[in-house]
Design a protein around this ligand. Structure first.
Ligand code: FES
Length: 114
């Protein structure tokens, strides 16, 4: 109770290859986990422009491109790399424990409107 970093198992690590994305829900929030050369990154799975699923976009290196209007975000920090989106994606804590990917949602984040 009151633990700000409550991790939830979302998948086996072996199920997510480098260069791929994984859509999941954590505490009801849509999350995309991206596996890049330098590790795992978890972000909101909802574009800040017009609510497309980022997990259906394209991951190249650490650049995740929205499938709808091609806004691009850096998966390391969620920053916008190119528009039309102007607001960053929220990022989430992610770790590997026992060969499984776990994600935690910061309880101070405002809920996502889908
Ligand atoms: S919905 Fe993602 S760029 Fe428009």
């Amino acid at each position: 109770m009151g633990d700000p970093q409550r991790f939830h198992v979302v998948a086996e690590l072996a199920a997510l290859r480098e260069g791929r994305t994984l859509a999941c829900r954590v505490e009801g929030r849509p999350v995309v986990v991206c596996r890049t050369r330098d590790g795992l990154h978890a972000l909101d799975d909802l574009c800040t422009h017009a609510l497309a699923r980022m997990s259906e976009g394209r991951l190249r290196g650490t650049r995740l491109t929205c499938p709808l209007h091609a806004a691009a975000f850096d998966v390391c920090g969620g920053q916008v790399l190119s528009g039309p989106a102007t607001r960053p994606l929220a990022t989430h804590a992610v770790r590997v424990a026992g060969g499984r990917i776990e994600v935690a949602i910061d309880p101070s984040l405002p809920p996502l409107e889908e």
